[in-house]
Write a protein that binds this ligand. Structure first.
Ligand SMILES: [Zn+2]
Length: 218
């Protein structure tokens, strides 16, 4: 069997990281998933050269897209800094990419500031309507709806659709301990908000599930 080239080996390691962060994100372990996506950066330079030669073009790197999207939403400044160091120290790699990664990083750095402002506003209030949020934080409105709709999808924000206009409220701080309930067997448990929002194996019925948050007090 022919010996694998450095390009092939790095490509395998890179795709292995991708499979891992996709799975971690599916389980709701975003902290870990962002770290894995950062780990994959070390393989990007060789893979970019390898794909450029063998496939004729360099694709977007899934892990860079993942860091750009999720770091702002989880207020992970450190990962944006690491990506910035990477892109700036590897200019020849950045130039090979089919998109303006440095431009998109700049946008992500604005988004994390927006996310911080939205978080600070929401965390000190019981609930807020979208127009209130927009009025308090300023135009354009899109930047707030981007943050709030993504937080809603991630289970960090609740939209009370009974009230008109809809009111938004955070379901807690990132590290807060909360009480949750297994959706299958009803077992109650307490834990960090992050941990309960992630997929866990219920200690009573052993089924993998995401606990339903029943109270923000543990
Ligand atoms: Zn259970």
């Amino acid at each position: 069997m022919a010996k694998k080239s450095k390009g092939e080996i790095h490509a395998e390691l890179y795709y292995e990281c991708c499979a891992r962060f996709v799975e971690q994100a599916r389980r709701g372990e975003y902290d870990e998933a962002i770290d894995t996506a950062l780990e994959s950066l070390e393989f990007v330079p060789v893979v970019a050269t390898y794909l450029g030669k063998t496939a004729g073009e360099v694709p977007r790197f899934e892990s860079i897209d993942f860091i750009l999207k999720y770091s702002p939403l989880f207020l992970h400044q450190r990962s944006l800094d690491i990506l910035s160091d990477f892109l700036k120290s590897k200019r020849s790699v950045a130039r090979k990419l089919p998109h303006d990664a440095l431009g998109e990083l700049e946008l992500a750095c604005c988004q994390i500031l927006d996310a911080h402002r939205a978080w600070n506003y929401l965390v000190t209030r019981e609930s807020v309507s979208e127009s209130e949020l927009c009025q308090a934080l300023g135009e354009p409105r899109d930047q707030w709806t981007w943050v709030t709709s993504n937080w809603e999808q991630l289970g960090l924000l609740l939209r009370d659709s009974e009230s008109q206009p809809n009111r938004l409220r955070l379901i807690g701080s990132f590290s807060q301990r909360v009480r949750g309930k297994c959706p299958f067997c009803g077992a109650m448990g307490t834990g960090g908000l992050y941990k309960l929002l992630a997929e866990i194996k219920c200690p009573r019925c052993q089924r993998p599930s995401r606990y339903v948050i029943v109270s923000l007090q543990a």
